[in-house]
Design a protein around this ligand. Sequence first.
Ligand SMILES: *[C@@H]1O[C@H](CO)[C@@H](O)[C@H](O)[C@H]1NC(C)=O
Ligand SMILES: *[C@@H]1O[C@H](CO)[C@@H](O)[C@H](O)[C@H]1NC(C)=O
Ligand SMILES: *[C@@H]1O[C@H](CO)[C@@H](O)[C@H](O)[C@H]1NC(C)=O
Ligand SMILES: *[C@@H]1O[C@H](CO)[C@@H](O)[C@H](O)[C@H]1NC(C)=O
Ligand SMILES: *[C@@H]1O[C@H](CO)[C@@H](O)[C@H](O)[C@H]1NC(C)=O
Length: 488
Amino acid sequence: MAAIPRFLAACMAMASPLVYAQLLQPQTNTWNSTFSLTEEQIASLNLSATAANNINIAARFEQSNWATGSVFTDPFYTHLPTNASWAPAGSVLKVEAFTSTSTYTISPALALSRIVYQSKTLNGTLVPVSAFILWPYRPRGGASVSPLVSWGHGTSGLTPECGPSHVRNLWQQFAGPYSLALAGYAVVATDYAGLGVPVYPDGSEIIHQYLASPASGNDMLYAAQAAQAAFPGELSPNFAVVGHSQGGGAAWGAARQQVEAQVPGYLGAIAVAPVTDAIGTGRESGALDYSFITIAKSLLSIFPSLSLSQMLTSTGINTVRLFDQVQACNSVINTAIIQLLAANATLSRHEFWDSIYISTWEDLVRVSEEETEGPLLVIHGVDDAVIPEALTFAAVRGTCDKFPRTQLQYIRAAGMTHTSTLYATQQIWFEWLDARFDEAARRVRRPNHKSCECKISTIGSQSPRPLDQYRHEPNYYLMFALDFYQVA
Ligand SMILES: *[C@@H]1O[C@H](CO)[C@@H](O)[C@H](O)[C@H]1NC(C)=O
Ligand SMILES: *[C@@H]1O[C@H](CO)[C@@H](O)[C@H](O)[C@H]1NC(C)=O
Ligand SMILES: *[C@@H]1O[C@H](CO)[C@@H](O)[C@H](O)[C@H]1NC(C)=O
Ligand SMILES: *[C@@H]1O[C@H](CO)[C@@H](O)[C@H](O)[C@H]1NC(C)=O
Ligand SMILES: *[C@@H]1O[C@H](CO)[C@@H](O)[C@H](O)[C@H]1NC(C)=O
């Protein structure tokens, strides 16, 4: 064979060395999961052929996007050291300093590590949690160590397979982690307890306490502390937390938990499109069935005396069981619930909606109208259809009324929606983060006696084009290329 030009050989080495001997496949050859619901599963929900097909397709999409296979078979998630049963929150249990990115779709010029560390559930139980660390090529501003940001992802799903650290695009890609790392921050991103690492050291199931924001706030705080312990001297001794949606609630939760946790180096939190009122969101959008299906196990983990049959109809219970069996993440959950609601299924018990469990849960997981530590930047898109902006506005006003000394700044992004708000305000987070790290470097003490710092503003009126001309939610995903000819 004649010599292959060096640049082409380099492209081909990205895939298989035998690539020139193989028959090329169309791009979809990496979307190859063969998942199929069983007859029993289809019967348990009386799914139509269309509904079953759609759930299969969604599950194949999710499983084809695993970078390192199942978290139940990847020893990184299943083999924990013995100190996992007693090491205190914030300690590192396991370090994979170099994670091969050949099966991920991360941005060029970034590097990846994974850790397992100790966190605490809502009631303070120790729990092992996985996280990834995304490293910049050049620390921000040319600093000698990378300023550390703890990222809290938006909803990815409810079960261990939904841990972003084994998903090819790390979940939310350029909306959060890639952009932060490309801007020079090191990003530690918790999977949240119950996503990623599937079981406690004693072998029992870790239930993801979905939308229990103080619990995922713990996960964000202790991820930062553990990352610093895993890479001594390579990360800034200070850190900030940034999260979106579920992770926005978690970031606000971190600010609340920090009052007690006092994790060293905490600089403040950015909560973008935060969940502050999970039940309220369901009520506003007439989607309480959806809310209760997704938080059912979270509630069970908090109230051991509660049973699924108190919350859900038999169809609802079978839905939760199916989600466990299939390890449903967002795509499967949304596809299945759309199909069930279209078939007029009732999933939750309406008498449960006003039960004492709900009001108790709301008190336990509330992050607004609570004392928080440090500066808090809240951002929400005015046109958000997933979490109404009015709920965040109310949470901000309630917090400022009750705790007027909260160092809270609220920015409303006109014309922006749930995900576009993250992209629209990237420059604002970078400026805010730079100010926090700069204050820390200059040892500027923020006075904590200052009276109300609550500032509310709206951006977007100066946009170069009319607001209705801007793109809203993404209509693409990052597709893994197995062959050299597939890269665009
Ligand atoms: C599916 O694609 C992955 C690459 O994404 C590849 O490693 C694996 O061998 C493929 N499996 C099958 C059954 O083709
Ligand atoms: C199952 O769904 C079909 C329509 O697809 C309906 O005719 C039938 O009554 C349903 N069975 C049960 C047990 O709900
Ligand atoms: C736990 O054990 C692992 C493996 O021996 C070790 O790498 C890690 O540093 C230990 N962590 C703590 C907090 O003791
Ligand atoms: C605390 O919560 C965990 C789950 O996070 C549960 O297993 C445990 O029983 C709870 N303990 C108490 C005292 O409620
Ligand atoms: C669901 O209910 C609506 C409104 O009552 C009705 O129009 C529709 O035909 C029902 N769909 C099914 C699949 O039964």
